[in-house]
Design a protein around this ligand. Sequence first.
Ligand SMILES: Cc1cc2nc3c(=O)[nH]c(=O)nc-3n(C[C@H](O)[C@H](O)[C@H](O)COP(=O)(O)O)c2cc1C
Length: 258
Amino acid sequence: MIFVFSGTGNSYSVAQRISAATGVKMVDLVAAVRYKRYGYDAAGEDMGFVFPVYYYGLPRMVAELAENIVVRNPGRVFAVATCGEESGGACEMLAEKLSGRLKLDACYDVVMPDNSIFAFEPPTPEQERETLEKADARVEEIVASIRDGESGDFCQYKGEKDWREIYPMYEEQRVTEPFRITDKCIECRLCEEICPEQAIKVYHRKPVWDEERCSLCMGCLELCPKDAIEYGDATVGRRRFFNKVYYERSIGIPLKFN
Ligand SMILES: Cc1cc2nc3c(=O)[nH]c(=O)nc-3n(C[C@H](O)[C@H](O)[C@H](O)COP(=O)(O)O)c2cc1C
């Protein structure tokens, strides 16, 4: 089982590569949390967690799964954190949340295009291409290491900062009030369909965000076919990004556009 959480497809694309190379199936992490499916029997099969780094730590859904999951007969257990620049303590945090129930044998990080356009300038097309090329090579290494059954902390991009100081900013900044739609909206409801947490409901033809559920994954904003969703003013005029491998989510909804 490879538990995957992904807002804009980077983590999904990595999980898909690992799954194809190892034959281990992907599982939608958010659905597991939504239906409180926390008990598994892995029957000796490898287990993986693939997710984006948020504020040097874990997306809330990943943290919630890790706090609750119980696995009988696990094979080897690995984690892969995708990040825009620095993975901080994401894998360490995962190991802490799992501790006493599941031990991580190997963890990895990989730099991919940064989707936090509410905070940072998005990559240019050229930067995006270069980053994805490098990520490709890094994912090859990761896949080989998983197949070889290597053990250890193989994270290369943790950065210098103390993740325990950065991570609390996530809860402070995980607010939905800045989301708004512009008159470019064509009422296609793609945002509602693709939101991994089902945090978006369309009322009177316009999306409304549920703050309790939203992980701030940026999927809605980045994948909107008309770039009609903004988050405050910072995202206005900024290029959108989503990973092209992301035609189909782990939950099986094919994208209608692109
Ligand atoms: C809310 C939020 C916080 C983020 N925090 C970090 C971070 O602390 N360090 C980092 O390198 N990238 C950070 N990023 C960038 C993502 O980790 C990165 O783009 C990731 O590959 C996205 O994966 P996905 O496409 O599977 O959602 C953040 C992105 C979001 C949306």
